[in-house]
Design a protein. Sequence first.
Length: 505
Amino acid sequence: MTTAAESATSLVQSVDWLAIAPPLTAAAVALVVLVADLFVPEARKPLLGYGAVAGLVASLALILPLHDGDRATFCLTTGSHACSYTADHFTLVIQALVLGGALLTALLSLGDTRKLPAGEFWFLLLSSAAGAALLPASRDLATLVIALEVASLPAFALVGIKRGDRRSSEAALKFFLSSVTATAVMLLGVSFVYAATGTLHLTELAGRLGHVEPRLSTLAGAGVALTLVGFAFKTAAAPFHFWVPDTYVGAPLPIAAYLSVVGKAVGFTGLILVTVIAFPAYADVWGPALAVLAALTMTVGNVAALRQSASRARSAVRLLAWSSVAQAGYLLVPVAAAAYAGERRIGSTVAYALMYAVVNLGAFAVAALVARARPGNRLDDYRGLYATRPLAALALAFFLLCLAGLPPGIIGLFAKVTVFSAAVDAGLGWLAVVMAVNVVVALYYYLQWTAALFRAPADGEEAQPAVRHRVPAPLTAAIVLTAAAGVVLSGAPQTVLRFAAVNLF
C-alpha cells in the first residue's frame, strides 16, 4: 500500500512558478482586462490600454530574475529528465523579443483604438503575447502546438477587429484559412512522429528518431516532413506566403506590425526547436529543404517588393509586407546551415531576428504616424517628410538603412554578414550567392524610399502636413524607443552577435 502511494506521489510534477511567470503574467492581465471591461465606463476605456501596457512591462521585468537560464519545470518523474518547460538563455531572449514587440504594439495601439472594442482588443493582444512567450520555453510537441495556437488564434480576431471593414474581414479570413491549414498539416505530422517514437518530448525524440524500427521509418519521415511544412506556413516562407500582403494591408496598422515581428518570431522559434533539438537525425532532409526555401523566399519577397507602385493605396504597408517575406528568407539561412555546421549557427538567426524586430517595428511606427494625416499610406505620401517632420524622417531613414544593411545601420550590416558567413561556413556557397544578389536587389527599394523622404514634393503636390496634427505621446514613445534600441545595437554589434552565437545553445 505504501509502495503504491509513493509511486502515485512520484508522478506529481513540481511547478517552478518563477520560471513560468512571464507568460503567466501576460495571461492573467489579459483576463483582468477582459473582466474590467464589463465595469469600466466608456469614457475610461483608455485605462484598459494602460493596464495592458503595465502588464507587458511586468512580464518583461519577470524575465530578469531568470537570467541564469538554468530553470526547468513540468519534468517527467519516471526516470527520464525530459521537461516540458525550460527557461534557458534561448527562451529568455525570445521571450524578451516577443514581449517587447507586444509592448511596442500596445504603444502604437493606444492612440488608434478609439473605434475598436477596447476590452476585446487588449484581451486578444495580451493572450497572443502570452502564447508567444510560452512557445520558446516549450520542450514537447504538445505544448509547442498549444502555444503556437494560443499565439495565433487571437491574432485572427485582431486582424478582423475593424467591424464593417470589408478589407479587414477578407484579411482575417485569408489569415485564418492559411493558419488552420498549417495547423492541420502540423498536427498530422506530430501524430505520425508520436506513433513512430512513442514520445512527444523534444530531447527524447532526438534519440529515438535515430533508431526507429524499419517498418516505421517511412511514417517517421513523413511526420517530420509534415511538421516542417506546417511551420513553413507560420514563418511565411515561399510558397506558403500568399496570405501575408493582404493580411498586413487589411489589419489595423499596429497589428500588421505585431504580425511582422512577433508572429514571425513565433514561427521561427518553433522551427528552430523542432529541427535543431527534436529532428537532428533528419538533418540531411530538412537542411537542403530549408536552404531551397530560404533562396525561394528571399527572391519572391524582393521581386514583389520591387513591383510596388508608389501611387498605389497602402503601398508602403505592402512594401513592408513583401520586405518581411524577404527577411524571412534571410532568417532561414542559419537554420539551414545548422544541418551542416552544428546548432551554434542558430545564434545568427536569433541575432538577425532581434535586429529585424527593432527596426521593423520602428518603420511601422513611423508609418502609423504618417497614416494619421495620410490614411492612404502610399509611398508617395512620404515624399518630403523631412521638411515637416525631420526627426520622424531621420528615424525612418535609419530603420530602412538597417533593413538594407547599410551604415549607419551597423547592426543590420553585421547581421547580414553573419548570416552570409553561416551559409559559407556550412558549405552552402550557392545559397550565399543567392543571398548576396537579393541583398543588392533590396537596396533599390529601400534606398528609393529613403531618398523620397528628403526630396521636395513634386509639382502640384502638397507637402506633408505640418506639426498641427497632434502626435499621441505613446506613438512618439514607440518611435523613440525603437530608434534608441537600434542605435544601441549598432553601437555594439559584435557583442550582440557574439552573445547570440555562444550563449544560446
